[in-house]
Design a protein around this ligand. Structure first.
Ligand SMILES: [Zn+2]
Length: 389
């Protein structure tokens, strides 16, 4: 209420000054007097807590001029911030109707109105407003972003794809990344129906708009695997490592099975060793240890693990180390104790979230391509550090 009063004061003062200046020129004292009466009536409504009446009265009374338009926007945005959407809508609609405003102010009013509709869940009306602004130099990018947000909320991927030319023209990285994920969403649906040609076309488009889309490469690898094209699948997994080292631990198992099919495990372990050397990740380390154990024996693998843990301790690594200590040479009692410790560590790890959103910090034990909290795409990555990778 008080903020509203403070916002309305400059509107009234600006208008008073404008009218005052004109009235001096024209000696029109009656207009000034009239304004003062109307303004007091508006304030009276506000002070007696009749906000809707006050807004209607003040909007009717106070003309929107170049020097008061900002105060009108501020007042409406304040309403929206307080969740009073009907009031925000009323002010923005009033601004949209002002034919004499400069074009930028008119576009801003339409844009803010679109945001009001979006906040109120009136997606079709918000969509119409943002579509109207696609040719605006000042609001084109923001409108594209809101349109994609609407299509993401309604899972209307196809309508999102219709914006591809405008998004490509904008060359905005975030919009291109979102568009690539829309293609991936449709590719996932087509994959479920075994429509491989369509899946490939959709994924090629995804990679055209965002060559760094891990998700597109991940889906592409799946297609190649389904068609027994393991060389190509392995290449996709290697690309994922180049594109996003943090996401790579999640594809190690799939990559391993492709190399097994190619009967070329040596190349796989060579690659995994490189991954471990570069990232120090526990998944790569555990995978590489099975190779060391097969090639050089358990003792060598244990030594390797111990020095790795000293360098970079992780709970998953420690659990694997305990598992390596349980062997035929140990006594049944020792094995039983070690098994108990291993189970305790497993229970501890099972309550820890595996993924965390790089954008908002949301954590989850399930992987989502779009973060359930901030809705950003491909931001959920395996957690790093002592309790993670
Ligand atoms: Zn997030």
């Amino acid at each position: 209420m008080l903020e509203l009063l403070f916002l309305l004061l400059p509107v009234a003062m600006g208008y008073g000054w404008f009218m005052g200046r004109n009235s001096v020129k024209q000696n029109d004292h009656s207009a000034k007097q009239d304004l003062s009466i109307k303004y007091s009536t508006g304030l009276n409504y506000l002070l007696s807590n009749q906000q809707d009446k006050a807004i209607e009265f003040l909007l009717e009374t106070l003309k929107v001029e170049d020097d008061t338009v900002e105060a009108h926007f501020a007042m409406a945005n304040l309403f929206r911030k307080r969740g009073e959407l009907d009031r925000a809508l009323k002010v923005h609609e009033h601004l949209v109707r002002q034919k004499h405003l400069p074009s930028k102010a008119k576009q801003q009013a339409a844009f803010e109105l679109g945001k009001d509709f979006l906040s109120a869940g009136l997606y079709d009306r918000a969509e119409t407003m943002f579509h109207k602004l696609l040719k605006s130099k000042d609001f084109n990018l923001k409108s594209l972003s809101y349109l994609l947000q609407i299509y993401q909320s309604t899972k209307d991927w196809q309508h999102g794809l219709e914006l591809n030319k405008a998004i490509a023209k904008s060359n905005d990285k975030k919009l291109l990344h979102t568009l690539a994920n829309f293609y991936c969403e449709l590719a996932t649906l087509a994959l479920e129906k075994d429509e491989f040609i369509e899946v490939l076309e959709l994924l090629e488009n995804a990679l055209k708009y965002d060559p760094n889309s891990c998700r597109a490469n991940w889906l592409m690898a799946k297609i190649y695997e389904n068609h027994q094209q393991f060389d190509e699948a392995c290449q996709c997994y290697k690309d994922i490592y180049t594109q996003d080292k943090d996401f790579f631990p999640d594809v190690i198992e799939q990559m391993h099975s492709c190399y097994q099919q190619l009967n070329d495990e040596d190349e796989f372990y060579q690659f995994i060793k490189k991954v471990y050397d570069e990232t120090g990740g526990s998944s790569a380390l555990i995978k590489y240890l099975s190779f060391v154990e097969n090639k050089h024996g358990l003792k060598k693998a244990q030594d390797y693990m111990l020095s790795a843990l000293k360098r970079r301790p992780t709970i998953r690594g420690f659990k694997h180390f305990i598992k390596m200590q349980m062997n035929e040479q140990s006594s049944p009692q020792e094995n039983e104790n070690l098994d108990m410790i291993k189970e305790l560590i497993s229970s501890y790890l099972s309550v820890k979230q595996r993924y965390s959103c790089c954008n908002c910090g949301f954590s989850s034990s399930t992987h989502y391509w779009s973060c359930p909290s901030c809705h950003d795409w491909e931001q959920l990555k395996p957690v790093r550090g002592l309790e993670g990778e």
